[in-house]
Every structure is written in structure tokens, then in C-alpha cells.
Design a protein around this ligand. Structure first.
Ligand code: TYD
Length: 216
């Protein structure tokens, strides 16, 4: 596989989606073959699982079910979309991956790391990104940004995970910071409080270095 697998992580409202789009546009302009995708989701089956995971209708969901559904969505996505794209030498930019399960399900829900790692190793056949852009933002700022996502009636729209308590989201952020600390070679920590263009420049600069060292 000669492609490059890049992931974006961080708390809800950290601006991952905007940055993925900016990076994809810049790389496409430079002539690279790029696909953008996201988890949970990215395939027909994974999108169905995304609806079950994020719908506010299923508050009865057990932690074990949540872990396995995220992993099931990932298994389909990795094997149907990501690996074939990497085999075609593409750059794959993915909105969330296994780090999200380590932060939201292991640290957030208090499920031991070994279990989450094992399940996700099986789901992904051990596929790891070469670089992860970890967008860091405080829980208060994240809440503030999410409160601006309203429907036509002016009501704030939050999914089942976003609706969880402040303390849960504090643990999730800590989880992401721990991952960044433990994996300095893979994870590039980004201060997501900066202006959008400042952040995208920082990410593009780092990506350019990776590309210089590797023919895609
Ligand atoms: P995301 O697509 O980032 O949300 P949005 O569409 O609002 O930008 O992620 C969906 C939610 O799923 C998010 O709250 C994080 C959560 N999540 C996990 O808890 N575990 C996982 O493994 C993944 C991939 C996401």
C-alpha cells in the first residue's frame, strides 16, 4: 500500500471537518489524489450504524453495544473504503478513527484500554494512520460552538454523544491529550482556538514535510 492514511481527532466542535475540507482542497490543487471520509460512517452499512449510534432515540444503549457498533462501523469502513483507496495510492483523510474510541469509550466510559484496543485491532486489521491531527479545544469552548448549531426553530441540535454531561466531555478531552502525549511521532497536537486559516496553514506545512519524504 503506497497511499497515506491521515486522521483528524478532537472533541466535538473542535473544527475537524472544516480543516479536513481545507486540507483536501489544498492537496487536490497540488495534484494529489485525495479522498475524505468519516467515522462512524463512510459506507452504506457504517452509515446505518452511525444513525443508531448518534440518534437521541436510543438512550437505552449499553456501553458494550456502543463499543461494538463503533468497531463494526470501522471494520466495514476500513475494509470497504480505506484499504482499497490506500492500495490505489490515494491520500485518505479520515474524520475520526480508533483514537476516538480510546477517548470516548475507554477514557469517557471507563472501559479498560486493552479491551478497546483489542476489539479495534480486530476491526481494523491493525491499520494505523501515519499522522493524526489532534484538534484541542476546551470543553467550554466546544460547548459554546455546539450551541450555535441550531435548527429553524432556534433549538440546539445535539446527538446522543454530544448530549452527555460536562464531566464526560472533560474526560474525553483528557483522553485525547493523553493519546497525543503517548504518541508524539504520530500525533500532531493543534491548538484549535486559533483562526481557521492559521490552523490550516500549520497542517498543510506538516503534510508537505510528510509528502516530501514519500512519493504518493
Ligand atoms: P462526529 O462525526 O465528529 O460528529 P459531528 O457530525 O457532530 O461532527 O462524531 C460523531 C460522534 O461519535 C462524536 O460525538 C464522537 C463519537 N465517536 C465515538 O464516541 N467513538 C468513536 O469511535 C467515533 C469514531 C466517534
Amino acid at each position: 500500500m503506497n497511499g497515506l492514511f491521515i486522521t483528524f481527532e478532537g472533541p466535538d466542535g473542535s473544527g475537524k471537518t472544516t480543516q479536513i475540507q481545507q486540507l483536501a482542497n489544498s492537496l487536490i490543487k497540488l495534484g494529489y489524489d485525495v479522498i475524505t471520509t468519516r467515522e462512524p460512517g463512510g459506507t452504506r452499512i457504517s452509515d446505518l450504524l452511525r444513525n443508531i449510534l448518534l440518534s437521541t432515540e436510543y438512550q437505552e444503549m449499553k456501553d458494550q453495544t456502543e463499543v461494538l457498533l463503533y468497531a463494526a462501523s470501522r471494520a466495514q469502513h476500513v475494509h470497504e473504503i480505506i484499504i482499497p483507496a490506500l492500495e490505489q495510492n490515494k491520500i485518505v483523510l479520515c474524520d475520526r478513527y480508533i483514537d476516538a474510541s480510546m477517548a470516548y469509550q475507554s477514557v469517557g466510559l471507563g472501559i479498560d484500554q486493552k479491551t478497546i484496543k483489542g476489539i479495534n485491532h480486530f476491526a481494523s486489521s491493525g491499520l494505523q494512520p501515519i499522522r493524526t491531527y489532534m484538534m484541542d479545544v476546551s470543553v467550554n469552548e466546544s460547548k459554546n460552538r455546539l450551541s450555535k448549531r441550531t435548527n429553524k426553530k432556534g433549538e440546539i441540535i445535539l446527538d446522543r454523544i454530544e448530549q452527555k454531561a460536562h464531566d464526560y466531555h472533560k474526560k474525553v478531552r483528557e483522553g485525547f491529550l493523553q493519546i497525543a502525549n503517548k504518541n508524539p511521532d504520530r500525533v500532531h497536537l493543534v491548538n484549535a482556538n486559533q483562526a481557521i486559516d492559521v490552523i490550516s496553514e500549520e497542517i498543510l506545512k506538516d503534510m508537505t514535510k510528510i509528502l516530501e519524504n514519500r512519493y504518493v
